[in-house]
Design a protein around this ligand. Structure first.
Ligand SMILES: NC(=O)c1ccc[n+]([C@@H]2O[C@H](COP(=O)([O-])OP(=O)(O)OC[C@H]3O[C@@H](n4cnc5c(N)ncnc54)[C@H](OP(=O)(O)O)[C@@H]3O)[C@@H](O)[C@H]2O)c1
Length: 322
């Protein structure tokens, strides 16, 4: 049982990265978390972690690193919230194609709770391992799930998504340099971005339905704006759509649904733990353009990880985040 004086011993691996630094900042001001250890690549070892006696370990590390160390950390009896993609996909067979490595622990893919917080029920309370969703999938699944049953799977689901450069982490790669990005805007990873199978999985699209996912790199530091084009099986009106969103997010403090016809902007959510969603109906309500925005480092990574932590331990979902 948690009380007002409960404090959970937490550790952060990857604390010197973009997502890990945000996470550590939030955990340090969280009334029920004590940050007992923070690691960079150089200071991390499983032995060091063992001696920290952390109860829960956040991994803000590259995919391959999380895939390797999470099973060892679970073996120490610690819980894991992994911000990477190492445990997000249910099918181990997808990892070589989309992530470039073979998954050694398919049993953990079955076990991991997919932490799209607003769509979790009791599973976070019981979880030993939480797979925090990807940043693009967070923005897309929160917007499409409430209307998913309306989507006509015979028509392509087209998603045009734009992310600030921090989405790629602190890379020393020329394509992420100031000279390449400033005053520029480009698509990348079309048909090969590793978030594509996660989006397909999260929408239960199956193998056949067409998903077109086009990520873009915005010449800004943080924020994701996803524009989704969907056809519906029958006509709907604004009131019906508004009701579906209101029902889905009645108890979701970090999802804001805009009035019909209003579309959200990046500046509404940057530096906040929120996802804002708006839509416009087209063709007499047979189609919609839905737009969602998040801060990739917060709702797309660190603040969602803390929402999941709050749910795991029975703290109010907003604890440490307001
Ligand atoms: N950036 C985002 O918007 C975002 C959103 C959602 C999820 N994620 C995921 O979160 C994870 C971290 O992303 P990021 O953008 O914060 O990356 P990043 O800025 O590149 O940071 C990576 C972190 O991992 C550490 N690290 C690297 N190799 C390691 C190793 N072998 N052992 C232990 N630690 C190691 C790095 O330490 P050093 O400082 O010593 O190099 C650094 O602290 C990734 O899996 C990413 O996919 C990122």
């Amino acid at each position: 049982m948690t009380t007002s004086s409960t404090s959970i011993r937490t550790a952060v691996a990857g604390a010197t990265g973009y997502a890990g630094a945000e996470l550590t900042t939030i955990l340090r001001r969280h009334p029920h978390a004590e940050v007992v250890a923070e690691y960079s690549s150089e200071s991390f070892s499983v032995d060091a972690l063992a001696s920290s006696h952390a109860e829960v370990v956040f991994l803000a590390t590259p995919n391959e690193v999380s895939a390797e160390i999470a099973p060892k950390i679970l073996g120490l009896g610690m819980k894991v919230v992994d911000l990477s993609g190492a445990f997000r996909l249910r099918q181990a067979g997808l990892y070589p194609k989309w992530y470039g490595f073979a998954h050694e622990h398919p049993e953990l893919l079955d076990e991991a709770a997919y932490g799209l917080t607003e769509w979790c029920n009791g599973e976070l309370k019981k979880a030993r391992l939480v797979a925090n969703p990807g940043c693009y999938p967070t923005s897309i699944l929160l917007a499409l799930r409430p209307v998913a049953f309306l989507i006509d799977r015979e028509q392509p689901v087209i998603i045009d998504a734009k992310s600030g450069v921090s989405g790629a982490g602190k890379k020393a790669d020329v394509s992420y340099s100031f000279a390449e990005l400033f005053g520029n805007f480009k698509a990348y990873g079309v048909g090969s971005h590793r978030h594509e199978p996660e989006i397909r999985q999260g929408l239960h699209l199956g193998e056949k339905a067409t998903l077109v996912f086009v990520p873009h790199l915005l010449p800004t530091v943080r924020g994701i704006l996803s524009t989704m084009h969907v056809g519906f099986t029958h006509s709907v009106n604004d009131e019906e759509i508004a009701e579906m969103y209101a029902k889905a997010y009645a108890n979701a403090p970090f999802v804001k649904i805009l009035e019909p016809g209003r579309l959200p902007e990046l500046k509404d959510v940057v530096n906040t733990p929120r996802c804002d969603i708006g839509w416009r109906l087209l063709q007499g309500g047979r189609r919609a353009v839905i737009v969602s925005v998040i801060d990739n480092l917060l709702k797309g990574a660190a603040s969602q990880a803390v929402q999941n932590f709050n749910r795991m331990y029975g703290f109010p979902e907003t604890e440490g985040l307001q």
